[in-house]
Design a protein around this ligand. Structure first.
Ligand code: HEC
Length: 205
């Protein structure tokens, strides 16, 4: 009697274990096949007809493309006016009496050598650095800016005289050199200004 009960219990346990094993094997074999490595479980590689093709992307939608900001463009007339406008000193004022006097280029050369060479170079060839100015150098006077030149002597002299009379601060953040006012400060007499103008004009025939 006692043995029979034991037999039933062991029998039930055995049936249960065998059942579980059978169920696990059915699941395994149905998904992996009769193999120990279960290769079938590895995801299948889908080969594309053209293996080197990059995945295509759609072009970005219009609203994601920023509209380029067009730089302000000068009209042809404006650009011409800008390049042909005669340079004027930053300091205001009209021409001095010097433009009506006859200058002596030789005296002007002496005045130039003493007063102007440190900034404008020997004989006005320029090349002197002017840190902090937009131009980067003190302008040369030989050759002088062609826009200052004029076939009419008095017009040419007036263009130079405005700088000599009133001086000028060149464009830039903090230029170390600026053109001193030789006339309005009284450093030069009007005759001396006329002389130095005659000298510069003689350098720019
Ligand atoms: C301390 C330096 C300095 C001295 C000295 C000096 N200049 Fe200048 N000069 C300048 C600078 C800087 C400018 C540029 C001004 C500007 O761009 O507005 C200039 C501009 C000029 C210009 C206008 C040229 C141009 O292309 O715009 C003339 C002409 C001139 N100088 C003549 C003279 C003469 C002549 C002397 C001597 C009597 C003299 N300068 C002495 C610094 C100097």
């Amino acid at each position: 009697m006692k043995d029979d009960v034991r037999k039933y219990i062991y029998g039930a346990i055995t049936v249960f274990i065998v059942g579980v094993l059978a169920w696990v094997s059915i699941v395994y074999i149905s998904s992996c096949g009769v193999t120990l490595t279960c290769q079938r479980a590895v995801a299948k590689v889908d080969r594309t007809p053209i293996p080197t093709l990059f995945p295509a992307t759609m072009p970005a939608a219009e609203r994601f493309i920023p509209t380029p900001i067009a730089p302000p463009t000068l009209t042809v007339a404006e650009a011409e006016a800008e390049s042909s406008s005669i340079p004027r000193p930053s300091n205001p004022g009209g021409p001095g009496e010097a433009v009506n006097l006859t200058g002596d280029a030789a005296t002007g050369a002496d005045l130039y050598a003493v007063n102007c060479v440190p900034c404008h170079g020997v004989e006005g060839v320029g090349g002197i650095a002017n840190f902090g100015s937009t131009a980067g150098t003190v302008p040369a006077l030989n050759p002088v800016d062609p826009r200052l030149k004029d076939p009419d002597y008095k017009t040419f002299a007036t263009n130079l005289d405005l700088f000599l009379e009133h001086g000028s601060v060149p464009a830039g953040t903090n230029p170390i050199f600026q053109m001193p006012p030789w006339g309005s400060s009284g450093t030069f007499s009007q005759q001396q200004i006329a002389d130095v103008i005659a000298y510069i004009i003689s350098l720019n025939p």
